[in-house]
Design a protein around this ligand. Sequence first.
Ligand SMILES: Cc1ncc(COP(=O)(O)O)c(C=O)c1O
Length: 390
Amino acid sequence: MTFHSEKMQKIKPSGIRELFAKAQGIPDTISLGIGAPDITTPEVLKREMRYAVDFNYNNYDQSPGNPKLRTMIARKYKEEYGVDYSSDGVLITCGGVQLVYTALQTYLGKGDEVLIQDPSFLTYPHQVHLAGGKTVWMPSTSDFKIDIEKMKELVNDKTKMMILNFPSNPTGAIMEKHELKALVDIAVDHNLMIISDEVYEYYTFDEKKHVHIGSIDDAYERTLTANSFSKTFAIPGWRIGFGVSTVEIMKPMIGYHTYVIANATTPAQVALANYMHTDEAKEFQKYIKNEFQQRRDAIVDGFNSIEGIKCHKSSGSFYCYPDISESKYPTGEEFSNKAFEDARVVLVPGTEFGPTQTKNIRASFGSVNLAKIEDVIHRLTRMLEQSKGK
Ligand SMILES: Cc1ncc(COP(=O)(O)O)c(C=O)c1O
């Protein structure tokens, strides 16, 4: 028996997951495909998780989240950005993905338009569609910031919100505070909500500091920040994300979350509440940032050393986004197919992230160490050199 689902017809399977599956079990493959850290979860945090289970924190918790964890998250924003959030303005979800989806389901009406940067994290447009909204793509500048002049022209009566994500997946770009302020001003002028996905807040390089959008003048009352512990503490499988905002914005979202999820995993929340402000946690964040900066240097230099490839220096996250349009395989799709077949390297074509992204590929350095990066550059150099004779 088959049943028809109209809304799922527009949903295509995640190309990244397909690539991931294709590469599984094929020997000697190096994957720069999936956006997850290869760093082991900190021992102290693992121990906190074991304690939480052993001390029987295995029941339902409060629906918006464990009260201690909500308080700890509010404290984090005060300490790190000087911004006051009530713990009632915090919602703990099953990953950052569920936080964004909950916001879209809560706030979008049929046909409402959502401004999303081209390119962006591939989940957003699918979530917008599932929530009944329509994605409107904001063009990027050559250094992968939002092109503010062009995006202004896209705002109309149906525009409800914009989704921002800096440091960016897939480009590694960040926008400076004054540039973000220009976006906030547009949101104020047109009464738009801002969803700011800041899951890579701790990975900014070259002394650049992360700008929390809720700290920018006039942004606070209209901004929902999405965040997650997946990348911060190398626990993507625990599925704990969170959002912070005003109590007014958060209250209806908590209502939605209660009926769909009830609560995010209890022992993981208890463990994180006990761990997140410890010295070990701070040390871990420093270590992982330093590690990613070294990898960023190696991979960006490596790509730029290959004839026909140009790569911007990522300012944050753990992605870089080389332009391969002057290589022998000038579209992302061709390049990534060839890289997989000939060099056993998994790379994601830019078209996964936005409709005009034919010239780029995304390389995640979250899960490849320096030795593997060197190997990848060597394999791709050889692949392109060998192709010259053909
Ligand atoms: C920009 C962005 N937001 C959210 C997420 C989701 O993270 P989580 O594991 O918390 O759902 C990711 C994961 O890759 C991401 O890149």
